[in-house]
Write a new protein. Structure first.
Ligand code: ACM
Length: 530
């Protein structure tokens, strides 16, 4: 959240102030991590007095600065971390740069703060394009600055599998790369770039990402998207598919009919993968199992799968899919993790009650999930799909659709006022999605995420943006400049950020929303090739 600083007195915070109150280890650690430029030494908090008040929520804090120094009272480690982030925001933009200066004036303030929502998320699709570990660590740092606390990693899709498996090495050996990528996906015939693309995180990388995130109060939510979007898995393990047919890692966008079989070997395969992920990441309270855009045709056409369905007493492929996802959610529960799904899985029925639903097709289906007693993380395409263009200008770089502005994000309310109190109470947060079909590199990630993710951060922290957001955002951009974020300027892209003239056109929002609306009513339909 971008605070409204009240400036009325001066104080210096510096690394070498001689005295300081004793700080309980964990909370002091969090403060030190959030203020790296102060170079606070272990056991030394300068003049920052940090205390815990168990009456406050884990993420809540009080921050007081004035002539008597800086006092942080926090409910828990996260509260201390966020207090220190707010303190940092009171310092000049230069404090976000590495420099040898170690002393800045601090305005006097008294802030009492707590988040409206516990889930303040960013999703990144590392399957369509791979972003190396260093980019995830940097993204976690940026999330921490914005008090965002869930990093949802879409680790597999038709176009790639992105994590080492010691149990099933062909996943990272075969499924993690493709020889080329379509550049004009919805033109026929497609044009290809003939550039190999790939990459994966080792389990050691994943362990590091998990630990780095946890230290910064960010929880990594890994997603293994099943049973559809399965081309990459089936390139390595065709026997896990509904047809036994071998697929290639997909080199174009859109939805493929590739689907995993729901038979016991697939469940065993996936539970082994869950064990590897959870083992590497460490404490993993949530695992996303997808359930979106599944083309069930191959299940219906398979005698073996139809017979299996009958043996379970189920009469449709939709019921079988619900059974399969529930089986996986049960396996996760045995491992201490809650399942998260896209909203089609809710529409399909049969979810465990503790499964969290992400309504990407709109808040209408989100409301139905909330009314059915599921926790809901607001993830609607409009306005939380950041792969959509930032404006209607032809200068905007490649995007999957038009137009979601920073103002659209700022105006979003995750728990709408016209829902019942019970429904609103089920909304646990909001999350922006960055699908990467049109996001080939980290510079484009910066452009697409920021500053729209600043608006998301304020919405998710406070429930909605207060008056004056634009002015606060303009001031905040100086911090992003200092950190080195290549965000989209509010006036439009820099010349080097503009759309390449040969890039494909976008799909109008009305067409996209009509299709998404249609899918809400027909869980077995698929969207057209994008
Ligand atoms: C999705 O956009 N298919 C979740």
């Amino acid at each position: 959240m971008i605070p409204h600083p009240a400036l009325h007195s001066d104080l210096s915070v510096s690394c070498d102030l001689a005295t300081g109150a004793t700080v309980s280890g964990d909370l002091a650690d969090a403060v030190r991590l959030a203020l790296p430029m102060l170079d606070l030494r272990p056991g030394d908090s300068g003049e920052i007095d940090v205390r815990q008040d168990a009456a406050l929520g884990e993420e809540a804090y009080r921050l007081t600065t004035g002539s008597r120094g800086v006092e942080i009272v926090a409910g828990g480690r996260a509260g201390a971390f966020y207090a220190a982030q707010s303190l940092h925001q009171l310092l000049p933009d230069a404090s976000y740069r590495f420099s040898e200066q170690a002393s800045w004036p601090v305005p006097g303030v008294r802030i009492e703060d707590a988040p409206r929502f516990p889930w303040r998320g960013l999703h990144l699709d590392v399957a369509r394009h791979f972003f190396p570990k260093r980019e995830l660590l940097r993204l976690i740092d940026l999330m921490a600055v914005h008090k965002l606390n869930r990093l949802h990693l879409h680790l597999v899709d038709d176009q790639g599998w992105r994590v080492e498996s010691r149990a099933y090495p062909p996943l990272h050996e075969v499924s993690s790369h493709r020889p080329r990528t379509a550049v004009h996906a919805h033109d026929e015939p497609a044009e290809y770039d003939d550039v190999p693309h790939g990459g994966y995180y080792t389990l050691d990388d994943l362990a590091e990402i998990g630990a780095y995130a946890r230290a910064r109060c960010v929880t990594v939510v890994p997603e293994i998207d099943v049973p559809g979007h399965a081309s990459a898995i089936l390139a390595a393990y065709p026997s896990l598919g509904a047809t036994g047919e071998r697929y290639d890692v997909l080199d174009r966008w859109g939805i493929s009919p590739a689907i995993l079989s729901p038979l016991p070997p697939t469940v065993e395969f996936l539970t082994t993968i869950f064990d590897e992920l959870i083992g590497a990441l460490g404490e993993t309270p949530y695992v996303h199992i997808g359930g979106d855009e599944v083309v069930l045709d191959h299940w219906g056409a398979s005698a073996e799968i139809t017979a299996y369905r009958g043996s379970l007493g189920l009469s449709t492929s939709v019921e079988l899919q619900a059974w399969f996802l529930r089986r996986l959610a049960d396996a996760l529960a045995e491992r201490g993790a809650r399942a998260v799904v896209w909203d089609e899985a809710f529409v399909g029925g049969g979810l465990r009650q503790d499964t969290i639903v992400m309504p990407w097709r709109g808040m209408g289906v989100g409301r139905r999930a909330a009314a059915a007693g599921h926790d809901v993380v607001a993830t609607p395409v409009f306005p939380l799909y950041f792969d959509y263009a930032e404006s209607g200008s032809p200068d905007e770089p490649r995007a999957i659709g038009d137009t979601i502005t920073v103002e659209d994000v700022a105006a979003f309310r995750p728990a709408p006022g016209d829902w019942t109190d019970d429904e609103r109470a089920r909304v646990v947060g909001a999350q922006a999605q960055l699908w990467s079909e049109r996001v080939p590199d980290a510079r484009t990630v910066d452009y697409k995420l920021w500053p729209r993710a600043c608006a998301l951060a304020e919405v998710a922290w406070s429930g909605g943006t207060a008056d004056g957001f634009t002015g606060r955002l303009e001031r905040h951009l100086g911090r992003l400049d200092a950190i080195g974020v290549e965000y989209r300027p509010l006036a439009g892209p820099h010349p080097w950020q503009r759309r390449h003239p040969h890039r494909p056109s976008r799909i109008p929002m009305s067409e996209r929303m009509a299709h998404i609306e249609a899918m809400t009513h027909d869980p077995e339909s698929t969207r057209p090739s994008l």
